[in-house]
Design a protein around this ligand. Structure first.
Ligand code: ATP
Length: 457
């Protein structure tokens, strides 16, 4: 185990508090709630959808747009089933399933504590574990028998391996280079509690970094640091994160080294992102099963080699939950309790709220003018309902970094008030200088990110 700071100073929300906030404010709803929901399936509301889009874009920007050595693809979710035979998923993608003899509840054996049944609470009632395959399958085509059996991908990674040659020949990338992908994955998880931490349908953001075997271990270390840095850049606090190396028994059979970025959830440290050294396992398997050559011609030695792979693999839903936990806070402003999400400006679903002080028609034209000006660059919410105090609270609760208030003086002096979420400080700025003032305020709220050298692994 490396790099383990003291346990978190304390995430301020328990799961129930967060689930309730997420529902109340339109981040996450139980899926198909009017039909009673569906186990471990969730629908994202307007704020959740925007927040996910922000996180997804920030990942893409860091992993693809800002780099010369990584390109993106989008592979099919349902593809040739041979892919999953070659990758080992059909035979090995299993979790140990146990059944309680008393209540017939089924659980993941490695998730049980003290052999207690989480359902009926009895001890030592579990039957022997059996391996349960987590692939979700479907039938493709008009004949509903096993000949049409296909799988919903359980990870996005294999789409990158099977396209290795296509991407390499079309982009002419030299090692080391990466292929990145974002998209839905599906797993028939046995235990699904903890809200969007673990669901059967979820979105992944994965990158396969192909490299010369001799540099792979150094690159694994590099990606551990780089990925930790990215989570910090989204505002997650350093003391709530740690890097944990898998020990020998935990490693997958093909992995030379795996580390997890872990977060201190209310239920303990848990995996947020996995950073695996997959060796040459996947390319070798696909070359054997497809009969196609999946090698790289080293221009220096003129030899064909099978590149090794380092893979940072993250779940979008889990990242969002983690950020919400980390950002949640309760404090007191002027003797009144408030709930506030300290979201980084780039992550927050709403960047600026425009609030006319009163609902009177006289203020509306100026407030609308201000909001359309800001909308060109920022995610804006216009809100003219209820008292100004309640509107501030509402924006605090959804993590909006800045509120701009238009009052009756604004009509005379062409100036507005900016109120900052974290300090509740207010400053008066001319409308003509508002864009600059907002930009500077947001810049000041941007999380500080250490350099690679400052991160110890
Ligand atoms: P776990 O040990 O939590 O089951 P894993 O090690 O099987 O996770 P990976 O296969 O490494 O997970 O997947 C990479 C990332 O995808 C995880 O770190 C997590 O962020 C996300 N992820 C995996 N399974 C799920 C799921 N069922 N629901 C939501 N996110 C998931």
């Amino acid at each position: 185990m490396t790099d383990t700071p003291e346990p978190a100073s304390g995430v301020k929300a328990d799961l129930e508090t967060l689930v309730s906030l997420a529902k109340r404010r339109g981040f996450v709803f139980p899926s198909a709630e009017i039909y009673g929901g569906f186990a471990a399936a969730y629908d994202y509301g307007p704020l959740g959808t925007q927040m996910r889009r922000n996180i997804r874009d920030l990942w893409w920007r860091a992993m693809v747009q800002e780099r010369d050595d990584i390109v993106g693809i989008e592979a099919a979710i349902i593809t040739n089933p041979d892919v999953w035979v070659a990758s080992g998923h059909v035979s090995n993608f299993t979790d140990p399933l146990v059944e309680c003899r008393e209540c017939q509840g089924r659980f993941r054996a490695d998730h049980l504590e003290d052999d207690l049944c989480p359902n009926c609470g009895r001890k030592n009632t579990m039957g022997p574990p059996r391996q349960f395959n987590m692939m979700l399958s479907t039938i493709v085509g008009p004949v509903s028998d096993d000949s049409g059996r296909a799988y919903m991908r359980p990870e996005t990674a294999q789409g990158m391996f099977v396209n290795f040659d296509n991407v390499q020949t079309t982009t002419r990338k030299r090692l080391p280079f990466g292929i990145a992908q974002q998209g839905k994955s599906f797993r028939n998880e046995i235990t699904v509690k903890q809200f969007i931490f673990r669901t059967r349908e979820f979105e992944q953001m994965e990158m396969e970094y192909f490299c010369h075997p001799s540099e792979s271990l150094d690159l694994h270390t590099y990606w551990k640091k780089e990925r930790l840095r990215w989570h910090l850049s989204l505002g997650i606090r350093r003391e709530h994160l740690r890097l944990r190396d898998h020990d020998a028994e935990e490693l997958s059979h093909y992995s030379k080294a795996t580390s997890d970025v872990e977060f201190h959830y209310p239920w303990g440290w848990g995996e947020l992102e996995g950073i695996a050294h997959r060796g040459d396992f996947d390319l070798t398997q696909h070359a054997q099963h497809s009969g196609k050559k999946l090698t790289y011609l080293d221009p220096e030695t003129n030899q064909h080699i099978v590149p090794h792979v380092v893979e940072p693999a993250l779940g979008l839903d889990r990242e969002m939950l983690t950020i919400l936990f980390d950002a949640y806070d309760e404090d007191e402003i002027g003797g009144e309790k408030r709930v506030v999400l300290h979201l980084a400006p780039e992550v927050a679903p709403v960047t600026v709220a425009v609030l006319p002080l009163s609902k009177k028609d006289t203020l509306e034209p100026t407030a609308r003018e201000v909001s359309s000006m800001l909308r060109k660059q920022y995610r804006v919410q216009y809100d003219d309902t209820q008292s100004i105090g309640r509107r501030y609270r509402r924006q605090d609760e959804i993590g909006t970094p800045l509120c701009v208030t238009v009052d009756f003086d604004s009509l005379e002096d062409r100036a507005v008030t900016i109120r900052e979420r974290d300090t509740t400080e207010q400053i008066r700025v001319p409308i003509a200088g508002l864009m600059d003032a907002v930009r500077d305020r947001l810049e000041a709220l941007r999380p500080a990110v250490p350099s690679l050298d400052e991160i110890e692994v």
